[in-house]
Design a protein around this ligand. Structure first.
Ligand SMILES: [Zn+2]
Length: 105
């Protein structure tokens, strides 16, 4: 499992993902906002990347919707595609640009 720390800007709403060699557990525990990567088996040997927004402190899902989250692979904006799990693990996101470019994603 991979997690990307998200840089929260002083101004604006765009959360920029950064690459790190740290474990997902470390990233989730040490950054206020992070993006956890999930590889979803679509069947027929096809896989798609999905990203779950994680916050260190409990947050209302409605508040997390205020942000525009960048794709760790292409930096374009992710789109919400799944429900939040709890106050720490929020919506599931996908990248329309990556999926369009490469059928495997
Ligand atoms: Zn992308």
């Amino acid at each position: 499992m991979t997690a990307y720390p998200l840089i929260v800007p002083v101004k604006g709403k765009y959360l920029k993902p950064v690459s790190t060699s740290n474990t997902a557990e470390f990233v989730m525990e040490n950054h206020s906002v992070s993006l956890v990567e999930h590889l979803v088996d679509e069947g027929y040997g096809r896989y798609k990347y999905r990203y779950r927004l994680h916050t260190q402190a409990p947050n209302r899902f409605e508040d997390t919707l205020e942000y525009d989250i960048g794709c760790p692979r292409c930096q374009s904006q992710l789109r919400l595609c799944g429900r939040p799990l709890d106050a720490y693990d929020h919506g599931l996101y996908k990248c329309p640009a990556c999926e369009k470019q490469n059928g495997r994603y």
